[in-house]
Design a protein around this ligand. Structure first.
Ligand SMILES: *Cc1c(COP(=O)(O)O)cnc(C)c1O
Length: 348
């Protein structure tokens, strides 16, 4: 859910953007993003007009090639997307496959210690199953092995603690429609200095996904092509809203409290939790007696409440409840009451 302020900005005319006024919005967005990700000195932001998969693809294309040897953490559909991107772009890779809901242990990761890897791709919150990986533990591994470290934080940015400088991530990716709670359409890439250097020295075969071009344009607060101007203005309002409320840590605590409140309130219902290492952004729930997709449909059609179904082989097994954006503990109560009503009707 967007806040009312964000909705208001969305209702305004979209201005022409090759102007100092719009450049200032972009510079402000860049500074706030660098601040909220705790990125190291000399880092840069890139604002892509694409969904976050576009940024995942751009990062794979601009940071790796056939001379790399990349380790991919595949614990669900988003991890699997990185595997497919490596296949499409001919990047040699090895996959650490994790079962749904399973966390990545240090023992498992260090099976790949001293194996000559040059890169690592991970979705810090594997959103399909709500598993949070340990960005610091993975960062230590990358530092020790001299590995270029890419963190997809699409759903964990502003929901789970993340310190880009401390964990040593070279790249982090997020998107407008997750915790930023804006409409979909913009994805953001943060490059630490080592990534800036890599991206600017690499030749790639793409016009739209050329990150060196994006960096060059961003020096004047602009993008190579027309961006989703309206959403960038909404992001600006949202980032300033978060800053005024106390910054990234306050928003993370708010999402964590929203998740905790929900997880406490559902304990009486016939559900099981799904994740070994739960992220804050979303709670994946397995209904013991009924079809998970049916729960999603009934809540939508009969109660006017939207939760998130799963796709693929988890479609009938789990649904997910989000804790991000403009939600309150009262919203959790409304959902729980609807679920209790479903239970009374023999539907849970
Ligand atoms: C949502 C999400 C994405 C990107 O999805 P898009 O539909 O391309 O915006 C990527 N990774 C993770 C972990 C996500 O949660």
């Amino acid at each position: 859910m967007c806040s009312n302020e964000i909705l208001t900005v969305g209702g305004e005319q979209v201005p022409y953007f090759r102007t100092p006024e719009f450049s200032n919005i972009m510079f402000e967005n860049e500074q706030l993003m660098l601040n909220f990700t705790k990125s190291p000195e000399g880092s840069k932001s890139i604002f892509m007009t694409s969904s976050s998969t576009g940024s995942m693809e751009a990062v794979v294309m601009n940071c790796f090639d056939e001379n790399d040897k990349v380790l991919v953490i595949d614990g669900g559909s988003f991890g699997h997307r990185f595997v497919e991107l490596c296949e499409i772009h001919d990047v040699p890779h090895t996959v650490i496959h994790l079962n749904h809901g399973q966390k990545l242990t240090k023992e498992r990761l260090y099976e790949y210690d001293n194996h000559g890897f040059t890169g690592l791709l991970v979705n810090i919150d594997e959103t399909s199953t709500g598993v949070l990986y340990d960005s610091e533990m993975i960062g230590d591994f990358c530092r020790k092995n001299g590995v270029f470290y890419v963190c997809d934080c699409v759903s964990s940015f502003l929901a789970d603690p993340f310190d880009m400088a401390n964990c040593g991530a070279d790249v982090m990716i997020t998107g407008s429609q997750k915790v930023l709670a804006c409409p979909p359409g913009i994805s953001i890439i943060i490059l630490a200095p080592r990534a800036v250097e890599r991206v600017t020295s690499k030749k790639i075969k793409s016009m739209y996904f050329n990150l060196a071009d994006a960096l060059k344009n961003m020096e004047r607060g602009q993008t190579p092509f027309t961006p989703a101007v309206g959403i960038l203005r909404q992001i600006n309002t949202r980032l300033k809203e978060i800053k005024t409320a106390g910054g990234a840590d306050v928003e993370i605590a708010r999402v964590a409290a929203q998740a905790e409140d929900f997880r406490e309130k559902i304990t009486d219902l016939p559900f099981e939790f799904f994740s070994e290492s739960p992220a804050n952004g979303v709670t994946p729930v397995h209904p013991i007696n009924t079809d998970a997709y049916r729960v999603f449909e009934v809540l939508k059609d009969e109660y006017g409440i939207w939760i998130c179904p799963n796709g693929g082989d988890l479609r009938n097994m789990i649904f997910r409840v989000g804790h991000i954006g403009s939600l309150t503990h009262d919203d959790n109560t409304t959902l729980i009451n609807a679920m209790k009503d479903m239970q009374k009707r023999g539907m849970l």
